[in-house]
Design a protein around this ligand. Structure first.
Ligand code: 5GP
Length: 115
């Protein structure tokens, strides 16, 4: 694996600015720079997992933590009546940053099927 930091590692290390909404030992949440909904957050593990397809049983705790933390953030922001969590895996699914992250989208009706 490359030793170059990912964009999100640079944000975690405060080398690139971002609006932090949450931070704990395992993950942090920031506002997306190009929001696709009135609320669009990224919930990101501090430990680099490139994408879901490269996760392993070692990652069960941190992946569970991302979902539980997303729910807590949504509750804290008053969004618990409707929000969507999205993880893009691979270019065809829209992945642009190779550091797994959960999109938390809220504040507008969400279509199904998603685009
Ligand atoms: P992906 O396309 O990999 O699922 O999601 C990457 C997300 O990171 C995109 O929604 C994109 O807008 C966001 N993003 C890209 N660069 C930055 C940045 O410098 N700061 C923040 N806060 N978000 C970014």
């Amino acid at each position: 694996m490359s030793t170059a930091k990912t964009l999100f590692q640079k944000i975690a290390d405060r080398e690139i600015p971002a609006e932090f909404i949450h931070e704990d030992d395992l993950c942090f949440a920031i506002r997306d720079i190009n929001p696709q909904a009135p609320t669009h957050l990224l919930v990101i593990p501090k430990r680099l997992i490139p994408r879901v397809a490269e996760s392993s049983s070692d990652d069960v705790d941190v992946l569970g933590h991302l979902v539980v933390t997303s729910g807590k953030i949504a509750r804290d922001l008053g969004l618990a009546n409707g929000f969507r969590l999205v993880i893009n895996n691979g270019k065809q699914a829209g992945e642009t940053v190779p550091h797994l992250h959960v999109h938390l989208l809220a504040g507008r009706p969400m279509d199904w099927p998603p685009g």
